[in-house]
Design a protein around this ligand. Structure first.
Ligand SMILES: Cc1cc2nc3c(=O)[nH]c(=O)nc-3n(C[C@H](O)[C@H](O)[C@H](O)COP(=O)(O)O)c2cc1C
Length: 250
């Protein structure tokens, strides 16, 4: 073999070695990524794959069995925002009235509005405490019905139930009704066991604050860690609710 041919063959072998080494090293990285970084990478990929394309899903599947397990059982939210609210259809004005007519024209109760802001900040699930028999939309008849229920120590039947077992933290919101919680809150707190959970109470009111309702929540849920840091929102506080909730939730 001529010297020239030897040089050409040596050069070709050199190139082949370099290519092989690069591809081996690349495949080692893929393996160590796949095996060693399955936890974090998989959960990110799996979360993305829920809403994205099938090509991304199949890319995630190549990382191994753990991916499909993660996809099959996404982590459940451990925060719940549970609230009662009764938007009033009359006298709706952000500064002076019982409920809030948002700029969009959507009528929302004050507590409902606060609950949505809290969920937007802390995440988690939302549960509305509603009675089978709805309350009147107008203010005066609601006032009368609520007073009758309080005097009768009633337990209005709730429309929906919820399994609280997966939640660690519950934001519990309600309006002050006649210096107390709406009676539907008694039903809710007597039907559910919040033991071991952190409970953060928020109350909308027309001047009475939370009255003695924090003590009532504590006495109905002696096993719960009910925070003393109650958020109270007066009617005129509602426009500032985003800032107040931001501060309260930390
Ligand atoms: C039946 C009823 C009773 C109320 N009683 C009180 C009260 O005793 N003290 C108070 O400060 N506000 C009272 N309010 C005002 C509500 O607490 C306040 O309007 C609250 O923001 C309503 O929240 P919501 O729009 O989410 O239902 C009462 C309102 C209603 C409808």
């Amino acid at each position: 073999m001529s010297m020239k041919n030897k040089r050409i063959i040596t050069a070709i072998l050199g190139i082949l070695c370099a290519v092989t080494a690069a591809s081996c090293s690349g495949s080692n990285e893929v393996n160590s990524y796949t095996m060693g970084a399955v936890g974090e990478t998989v959960s990110e990929t799996a979360a993305a794959s829920q809403s994205e394309t099938s090509s991304q899903t199949s890319a995630a599947e190549t990382t191994g069995e753990t991916v499909s397990e993660t996809e099959a059982a996404p982590a459940k939210a451990t925060i719940l925002v549970a609230y009662f609210s009764n938007p009033q259809t009359d006298s709706t004005d952000a500064d002076t009235s019982a409920s809030r007519n948002l700029e969009s024209g959507t009528l929302k109760g004050n507590v409902e509005y606060a609950a949505e802001l809290i969920q937007a900040k802390v995440g988690g699930d939302m549960f509305r405490i509603e009675t089978v028999e709805p309350y009147p939309a107008a203010y005066d008849p609601t006032i009368n019905q609520a007073l009758d229920e309080q005097r009768a120590n009633a337990r209005p039947e709730l429309k929906n139930s919820i399994d609280l077992s997966g939640y660690d933290t519950i934001y519990l919101g309600y309006p002050n009704w006649w210096g107390d919680m709406p009676m539907a809150l008694y039903t809710f707190l007597e039907q559910n066991d919040l033991s071991g959970k952190t409970v953060n109470v928020f109350v909308c009111h027309g001047g009475s604050g939370a009255s003695a309702t924090l003590s009532t929540v504590k006495s109905l849920q002696p096993g719960a860690n009910v925070s003393d840091n109650v958020l109270t929102l007066y009617w005129t506080d509602i426009p500032d609710a985003p800032a107040k909730i931001n501060e309260w939730t930390g």
